[in-house]
Design a protein around this ligand. Structure first.
Ligand code: SF4
Length: 414
């Protein structure tokens, strides 16, 4: 049975269209590998010019208050001016975080990026990618690569390190193992992100219209019909994690634009060491960190410095207002009473995020992330980065209308 979370038990992240923790910059259309389900396949458009990138940054600055900009793509590290791009993002104090597959990352490039202001890396690594030197590796075999990348970032110091994986029906089973792996590297890995694979119309339920004209969507990779792949939800990932770790809990979320009780983003935070997780923070902890950051800096918090992640003990003070954190503090103190040496070990904070992109509901409405953090720029406007192919191909976002014969079928069945 699918798990049923009550939104009232969690903190709704306060992010909106104009005041958001994150923006999403795509400096290039090109990529150096292929990942299943990606919309950047052999894209002929190449790299954007620095002038074009500056214009896009100006759009963010005009419309959106933000903490950080995810520099994605395509593969951002193959942009010939990536160092300059990072410098441009950082020039007004915005935190640049590079979303990369890591293939083109060298120690030298990493240091250069750090020097011009990069605050962190989010590495996309999963078994559905076609990587030249990691062919046919299983999800867990790829932890060797994850470890190499995490080590490289750790050696440079002062940079946040996150990993994301797209989760498919057949890789869902490995999510708990990956979370276990992340615990073993809690001193170096700050965030794990799991993105539920969504084929917007896996079973061909809809017709599509752009500006009143019917269009064929066969060219758009996320609307392909595929009998093998099955859609999963963020709560499926949550459920898997709770099966393995009965204490696993979440603290905050973003709901859907059309389905208020859908969890488009689920955010969990845990405190522990490589050997032991003491527990999960509650909604008040996230609320306090978002609200206080906004009061102090004028924007919500997206990326935290690794040295903040190392202050797990100081975070326990927030247990004064967060009852779930009180449980963590109690567990930690009891463990320390049994073995006082534990007091000398650093406590780390690690985030686990579960994201569920677009769902098309039965009536054709498109349930997006309310307060979408990953808005990018197209033709001077903010657009959902996950659906940018639609305005590119059809000039506008596409409407999905339930197929007539389907509604007739269901009418007849009644
Ligand atoms: S709406 Fe799309 S682009 Fe925005 S956060 Fe959700 S999945 Fe990402």
């Amino acid at each position: 049975m699918a798990i049923n979370l009550d939104p009232k038990d969690y903190y709704r992240l306060p992010w909106s269209l104009t005041d958001n923790a994150i923006c999403w910059l795509e400096p290039t259309w090109k990529c150096n590998i292929y990942c299943q389900g990606c919309y950047r396949i052999n894209d002929p458009r190449g790299h954007k010019s620095l002038e074009q990138i500056k214009t896009e940054l100006d759009v963010f600055r005009k419309f959106r208050i933000t903490d950080g900009i995810s520099i994605a793509g395509g593969e951002p590290l193959i942009h010939p001016d990536i160092v300059e791009v990072v410098r441009m993002v950082a020039s007004d104090g915005t935190k640049p975080v590079i979303n990369t597959n890591g293939v083109a990352l060298t120690e030298e490039l990493l240091m250069e990026l750090k020097q011009v202001g990069a605050k962190g890396f989010t590495f996309h690594v999963d078994s559905k990618q076609q990587r030249a030197h990691w062919k046919d590796k299983s999800e867990m075999e790829l932890c060797e690569l994850r470890e190499q990348l995490a080590e490289m970032v750790h050696r440079a110091g002062g940079l946040s390190c996150a990993f994301n994986s797209t989760v498919y029906d057949d890789t869902l089973q490995y999510v708990p193992d990956l979370v276990e792996w992340a615990q073993k590297h809690i001193d170096k890995v700050h965030v794990m992100v799991f993105i539920a694979y969504r084929a917007a119309d896996a079973d061909g339920r809809f017709d599509y219209y752009a500006g009143g004209e019917k269009v064929e969507m066969d060219e758009v990779p996320y609307v392909v019909e595929d009998e093998v792949r099955k859609e999963i939800q963020s709560t499926d990932i949550y459920e898997r994690l709770q099966e393995r770790f009965p204490d696993f809990d979440t603290a905050a979320y973003l709901n859907g634009t059309h389905k208020p009780d859908s969890f488009k983003w689920l955010l969990s935070g845990r405190i522990g060491t490589k050997d032991r997780i003491y527990g999960y923070v509650g909604p008040r902890f996230i609320e306090a960190s978002q609200a206080l950051h906004h009061l102090r800096h004028g924007h919500y918090l997206a990326y935290t410095d690794p040295k903040v992640h190392r202050r797990g003990k100081a975070m326990l003070l927030v247990s004064l207002i967060d009852k779930k954190l009180r449980k963590v503090a109690r567990k930690y103190l009891l463990a320390a009473l049994k073995n006082p040496l534990r007091l000398f070990k650093r406590l780390h904070y690690q985030s686990i995020m579960m994201i569920q992109p677009i769902d098309v509901l039965d009536d054709g409405s498109q349930n997006m992330c309310d307060g979408c953090p990953d808005m990018t720029v197209l033709d001077g406007k903010l657009v959902w980065s996950c659906r940018i192919e639609e305005p590119l191909q059809y000039g506008c976002f596409v409407q999905s209308i339930p197929k007539k014969n389907r509604s007739l079928e269901s009418e007849t069945a009644k």
